[in-house]
Design a protein around this ligand. Structure first.
Ligand SMILES: [Mg+2]
Ligand SMILES: [Zn+2]
Length: 180
């Protein structure tokens, strides 16, 4: 089974409106839920891996984060997809955890928990950190331009070069499903 790791903010939900602390704060990007459902129907398993330093900074409660992710699961189910799992780094920069992207701790944990072969997995994100975390474990990487990064400039993009660059998640899914 193929696996895709999805960053949350800027890939599935709108980036830039401040911390997503409650379900009412969730704004989906156009076509994102449907794109995950298309992957699901094609036999892919989807895993979210998200940095949420707002937890460590005290702007997001553990309960609020769980509610947000329950909403995400419910809305995805309505769209026709089940998430395999959700991994969160709740730490702040400087906490020296092993899970905050660009470190690959969440991917490594998922690989253990779900017997995922990271070399055949894809990961998608909207920042250099997402790409670096996934490249570090040998996954293929897709940078989407629907969040933090609005244009891809290789000379000013720190870290590993993404395997591919796409407008958004639906465009990536078009590519992945066409190239089977
Ligand atoms: Mg993001
Ligand atoms: Zn962490």
């Amino acid at each position: 089974m193929k696996t895709i790791f999805l960053d949350r903010d800027g890939v599935i939900t709108v980036e830039g409106g401040g911390y997503v602390a409650r379900p009412a704060d969730v704004r989906y990007l156009p076509g994102a839920l449907g794109a995950i459902a298309r992957l699901y129907n094609a036999g892919w398993q989807s895993v979210i891996f998200t940095n949420q330093s707002g937890v460590g900074r005290g702007f997001i409660t553990d309960a609020g984060l769980l509610e947000v992710h329950e909403k995400l699961r419910v809305d995805l189910r309505t769209a026709g997809a089940e998430l395999l799992d959700i991994y969160v780094c709740p730490h702040k920069p400087g906490d020296n955890c092993a899970c905050r992207k660009p470190l690959p701790g969440m991917l490594l944990q998922a690989a253990v928990d779900h017997q995922i072969d990271l070399h055949t997995a894809w990961a998608v994100g909207d920042t250099p950190r997402d790409i670096a975390a996934a490249a570090a474990v040998g996954a293929s990487t897709a940078l989407v331009l629907s969040g933090h990064t609005r244009a891809y400039e290789p000379a000013s993009f720190p870290g590993p070069v993404p395997t591919m660059v796409c407008k958004d998640l639906p465009a990536l899914v078009d590519y992945l499903l066409a190239s089977r």
